[in-house]
Ligand binder design. Structure first.
Ligand SMILES: Cc1cc2nc3c(=O)[nH]c(=O)nc-3n(C[C@H](O)[C@H](O)[C@H](O)COP(=O)(O)OP(=O)(O)OC[C@H]3O[C@@H](n4cnc5c(N)ncnc54)[C@H](O)[C@@H]3O)c2cc1C
Length: 410
């Protein structure tokens, strides 16, 4: 049996690709080394982009998502500047939409919900608990050796995350570039106090973490996802012990520690890498495409990757349909996928890279938060940057700060 598409990895990127490809009539194999439900180390924040992509998945996936009870609504972000003054920026709300504009949901639940949709979709054959061990591509097709099977297909999609074996085998292994990689830690807690009402996610841009941040995201049942993310180049230059740093923040920070006074860690601290989209990379070649973290599409400022994972999965499915229909699988044909991804996401990723660079300057951060707290127009402008990349680009331009300096309100 030869599949149209073999998808390695059944996280958000892989499932999105599988659902879109199957809806278009392709015969899909979806495989994952894990048996679901499985954990994924993450902040668990689901942005408006994620909801938009869920809305585009076949089969009313967004309605099913809203029917779940394991997520926490998120109505905005509370940004803490390095001087620990904060700014509340509510997420923009769509007219006539009553549901929350963002959510926090443990990935073990979110990914299981997505995986279950793939399991019940005809046209998708699931191989779970099977690790990809070897991939081979030639003129005749692709061959994937798993721990249990040898699968044949026309196309291969690498959706196997940050340490993608598909990327390592087909684009050659390149040494980790720490300037475009982030180290992340997560620990679930219960009993953390004083979250805002209505619930917001909190980003604390502490001076010792810049341009990274410490986060506290509320979850249902009085639980919280707590963690930090820092550029790997900074971690290695300063020879930091991140677990130590995280514990120090939780137990020693003058304004954060009191909120953990009655809290209890529900697990040991866990870590994982975030491949950032701050540099353009090769995403495809003859008969294959990379999606999600395998393609390094994480936002370099916010650390969000789930939305881009779902979106790249959708774009890869569109290209798979095109390749199969036209019977064209050359590297040149597949390169159109790279173009499509960077046309959709390139600007946002570049702007976020600019913001990440600016976030190294604590004074600038403190200044913007102070101004926005005093001037509703500045606050409104910052809010509209959530979903307007051109406005967001303004933040990376010196003129914006000059105008801010001369604006009224402190
Ligand atoms: C600490 C941390 C915090 C984060 N916080 C957020 C956040 O709050 N919001 C957000 O949007 N993003 C966040 N991200 C990023 C987000 O987790 C990723 O961008 C997202 O999971 C990418 O989805 P994916 O489907 O590409 O990869 P994954 O979710 O990693 O899925 C890859 C799948 O491939 C499987 N796999 C791997 N290797 C093999 C193999 N050899 N054979 C078979 N299967 C294999 C794995 O089992 C896994 O199921 C965070 C990341 C980290 C590390």
């Amino acid at each position: 049996m030869k599949y149209d598409v073999i998808i390695a990895g059944a996280g958000p990127a892989g499932v999105s690709c599988a659902l879109h490809a199957a809806a278009a009539g392709l015969n899909v194999a979806l495989l994952d080394r894990a048996a679901f439900p499985r954990d994924k180390i993450c902040g668990d924040a689901l942005s408006g982009n994620v909801l938009y992509e869920l809305g585009r998945l076949p089969g009313d996936a967004l309605r099913a998502f809203h029917g779940l009870e394991t997520h926490q609504e998120a109505w905005g972000i509370r940004f803490y500047a390095p001087n620990h003054q904060y700014l509340d920026l509510p997420f923009p709300r769509k007219k006539h939409v009553r549901t929350a504009p963002g959510f926090v949901m443990p990935r073990v639940e979110f990914d299981a919900y997505l995986f279950q949709r793939a399991q019940t979709t005809s046209g998708i054959t699931i191989y779970s608990g099977e690790s990809v061990q070897d991939v081979h591509v030639d003129r005749q097709g692709v061959e994937v050796q798993t721990t249990h099977h040898q699968l044949q297909g026309e196309l291969l999609v690498g959706a196997d995350g940050a340490q993608s074996i598909v990327r390592r085998q087909l684009i050659s292994y390149t040494k980790l570039d720490r300037r475009h990689h982030c180290a992340g830690l997560r620990v679930y807690y219960e009993g953390v106090m004083d979250f805002a009402t209505p619930a917001s996610i909190e980003l604390h841009f502490l001076p010792e973490l810049l341009p990274g941040y410490f986060w506290m995201f509320p979850l249902p049942g009085g639980k919280a996802n707590v963690g930090l993310g820092m550029l790997s180049s900074v971690v290695s230059r300063r020879r930091l012990n991140l677990r130590h740093l995280l514990n120090n923040i939780i137990y020693e920070h003058p304004t954060i520690a009191p909120r953990f006074r009655h809290a209890r860690a529900l697990e040991s601290i866990k870590g994982f890498g975030l491949p950032l989209g701050s540099v353009r990379r090769q995403l495809s070649g003859e008969r294959f495409m990379l999606v999600g973290d395998a393609a390094s599409l994480i936002d370099p400022f916010s650390g969000e990757g789930i939305g881009n994972a779902l979106q790249s999965g959708r774009i890869a499915a569109q290209h798979a349909v095109h390749c199969i229909t036209e019977q064209r699988y050359s590297a040149a044909d597949l390169r159109q996928y790279d173009e499509a991804v960077y046309t959709k996401m390139g600007m946002e990723l570049r702007v976020s890279r600019g913001l990440q660079q600016l976030a190294r300057f604590p004074g600038l951060f403190n200044f913007v938060v102070k101004k926005a707290n005093r001037n509703p127009e500045v606050r409104r402008l910052l809010m509209s940057m959530y979903d307007d990349v051109d406005l967001k680009r303004e933040l990376t331009r010196p003129g914006f700060y000059v105008r801010l300096l001369t604006s009224r309100g402190g």
